[in-house]
Design a protein around this ligand. Structure first.
Ligand code: GAP
Length: 515
């Protein structure tokens, strides 16, 4: 675990050093849980968004996109339930004056018991060697059983307290299990209170009667209030989906783990409108499709798992997360929710306008049910960076840091390098780059030794480096060097486009999703 934390720190430093992610307004010492994407970060982010967007609107003829405004009429958030229920339970430590989410403190406590169990099992595995039966050991070892019983007891109390919104019980769990503040080390806690996560601001001047409005905490509501506009103008028939990518804002109590939990972040959401009664079938289908989308990236199938929610959100009748194995454990990257007709019915009620769908096949009107897939751009970014960051010892005794990014997502697809800065090599390199730059993001680099230039490109995940040497001037061939294997190959210049296109095309990923 400590080793993983170390890797995570290095990853954060790497993101800054190589222009992926900077702390926001850093010259003023930054702003809590707000980050800026640098020159390489924005390319990676845009590629992630394109992969998601095209997987929705190209692969599904019944999914279309929209781009709604961040500001919405304030009643939207009353209808959606966010004004009344978008809260986190917070607790303060009176000695350190630090604020925590009570549910996160309890989740960390549960994780400690999981760790204890795993350590026991690991120790025993070492002791007993090959004949060790881990499953049997978990069932029979008294110490493991004791930890498991404690964990189950806490978990049961925790789930009940969340479902009953019982804040006193949340505090009682923290007290009973002697949770201490990681900063002060004391158990001197305040009561647990609810804290609304929405940011608000004012629209219009006060003289005109300013209106309190919210920065949207999810993009989904922009889809709900537009669903009938899209359905009518696009002549959409149920089932159909609306996709959207955009910023969302949450005043997170505890903003931790770099871009994992931010106060300003970006979501890619798709609401799929279905006939009531068919929602579970579509829930299952979208779960499968979304997992395939993640796995097609090739970061390792074992790094993903589903996690069904203990406590359903106020709008859902089924919900699961796709979790990814981050350096700090398995964490939610995407939520898939069966939102029933909660949102549409509620908007109908609050607006006083009918937003029912007329189903020509059934010859009746109804409020559609909704399956939502909601994924964070920033968390996807983090998961891809974490899985790609690799430190390698090379045979010649040197080491390198290489980002083994999926080639289709790499910020720069190829670097073009003249071996020396003279003899017409830069001109030849420019000529090659000019012929490829319409299709691929290229970078020209002539500074430093070729080895140093390779390392620079490894560090930002460039899958191909093309070196132009004196022979290139006479035989029109170049050396192409592959990032992951570091192998080099002599190829004719006219073959470059084909070699690169094959590896950086999203088509291969899409095929894996639809198969
Ligand atoms: N419309 C449903 C919804 O917003 P959510 O589970 O609260 O559901 C969906 O959020 C996704 O948005 C999460 O899986 C996560 O990837 C991302 N997300 C949520 N809060 C975030 C935050 N504070 N920072 C970064 N990403 C966040």
């Amino acid at each position: 675990m400590a080793q993983q934390e170390d890797v995570f720190k290095k990853l954060v430093a790497h993101c800054k050093e190589y222009g992926f992610v900077f702390p926001s307004s850093e010259i003023y010492d930054g702003l809590g849980a707000v980050y800026d994407y640098g020159q390489n970060g924005v390319e990676l982010k845009n590629n992630i968004k394109k992969y998601w967007w095209d997987s929705m609107v190209l692969l599904h003829e019944n999914v279309v996109g929209i781009d709604a405004a961040i500001f919405m009429h304030p009643t939207t958030w009353k209808a959606s339930g966010h004004v009344d229920a978008f809260n986190d339970p917070l607790i303060d430590n009176k000695d350190s004056k630090k604020r925590y989410r009570a549910d996160v403190l309890i989740e960390d406590l549960l994780a400690k018991y999981d760790d204890k169990i795993e350590k026991e099992v690991e120790k025993a595995a070492k002791r007993f060697g090959e004949s060790f039966d881990a499953a049997l050991y978990r069932q029979t070892n008294p110490r493991v059983q004791e930890h498991q019983a404690k964990r189950d007891e806490i978990h049961a109390r925790f789930v009940k307290a969340l479902n009953d919104s019982d804040l006193a019980e949340l505090k009682q769990i923290i007290v009973d299990y002697e949770v201490v503040c990681p900063i002060s080390g004391t158990k001197n806690w305040t009561d647990v209170r609810q804290f609304n996560l929405m940011f608000s601001t004012e629209m219009g001047s006060t003289a005109d009667g300013a209106m309190k409005i919210y920065l949207r905490p999810e993009t989904a509501q922009g889809i709900f209030v537009n669903y009938l506009n899209v359905q009518k103008t696009g002549r959409m028939k149920i089932p159909f989906g609306i996709a959207q990518i955009g910023k969302a804002f949450r005043n997170e109590i505890v903003a931790r783990q770099f871009i994992f939990r931010m106060r300003e972040f970006e979501q890619m959401e798709m609401q799929f409108f279905v006939r009531p009664g068919t929602e579970m079938e579509w829930f299952k289908k979208w779960k499968e499709t979304r997992l395939k989308w993640h796995k097609a990236l090739g970061l390792g199938d074992h790094k993903y798992r589903f996690h069904d929610h203990d406590k359903l959100a106020h709008y859902a009748n089924a919900a699961t997360d796709i979790e990814f194995e981050m350096p700090f454990g398995f964490k939610e990257v995407e939520g898939i929710h069966s939102r029933t007709d909660f949102d549409l019915s509620s908007h109908e009620k609050y607006s006083g306008k009918s937003i029912k769908y007329f189903d020509p096949e059934l010859n009746e009107s109804y409020t559609p049910y909704v399956i939502e897939t909601s994924i964070g751009v920033d968390r996807t970014f983090l998961s891809i960076m974490a899985a790609s960051y690799t430190e390698e010892q090379l045979e010649n005794g040197e080491s390198r840091v290489v980002l083994k990014l999926p080639a289709v997502l790499a910020p720069i697809k190829l670097a073009v390098m003249p071996l020396v800065k003279k003899d017409g090599l830069p001109e030849k390199a420019r000529e090659i780059m000019n012929s490829l730059k319409f299709d691929f993001k290229c970078q020209y680099d002539e500074k430093d030794s070729i080895g140093k230039r390779y390392r620079r490109q490894d560090a930002i995940g460039t899958p191909f480096c093309v070196t132009v040497d004196h022979d290139s001037l006479t035989d029109n061939t170049v050396t192409i060097r592959y990032r992951d294997t570091m192998q080099q190959e002599r190829v004719p210049v006219e073959k470059l486009h084909e070699i690169i296109a094959q590896k950086v095309s999203m088509k291969e990923l899409f095929k894996k999703i639809v198969e």
